[in-house]
Design a protein. Structure first.
Length: 150
């Protein structure tokens, strides 16, 4: 998995489809719009996956989850773009990442993408700080309730 990003913050949370083929994530005061490939999943499937990923965070005080931001058929793809989420009690940390499919020990499961996410790391193999954004589980729960995702 290759993590990508640049800064750090704390506050709100949202993930949404903003147009055909584009999504947006908000974590704290960080906002990013991202392209969503629609050849494998349609917009509704992304939203279903996001709802499942957010529910997973509520299952334990320490949990790992994953918001897929763009996916093509894993049988022929090289990677999946995602936002790994790490819950540590009340805090939820988000990182921007790539899951490199041919580096996985087990086949990628698009319905459980968090199984392909490693533990939270805060520095990369070169000693550089991995960028992440922080919110809290209450804010994530509030977003899920407002979004209507059950």
């Amino acid at each position: 998995m290759t993590r990508i990003s640049t800064t750090s913050s704390h506050e709100g949370f949202a993930i949404e489809v903003v147009s055909a083929g584009a999504g947006r994530i908000v974590v704290g005061d960080f906002t990013e719009t991202f392209p969503m490939d629609l050849t494998f999943w349609d917009s509704e499937h992304y939203e279903k996956s996001w709802a499942n990923a957010l529910r997973r965070l509520e299952e334990a005080d320490v949990a790992t989850s994953c918001l897929v931001s763009s996916i093509t058929d894993p049988k022929t793809a090289n990677f999946v773009f995602c936002w790994p989420l790490y819950r540590i009690r009340d805090d939820v940390f988000a990182q921007n990442s790539l899951i490199i499919l041919n580096e996985l020990d087990n086949a990628f499961d698009p319905e459980s993408p968090w199984l392909s996410v490693g533990p939270r790391e805060i520095v990369d193999e070169d000693g550089n700080k991995i960028s992440e954004w922080r919110t809290d589980i209450g804010t994530v729960r509030e977003f899920r309730a407002v979004s209507g995702w059950t």
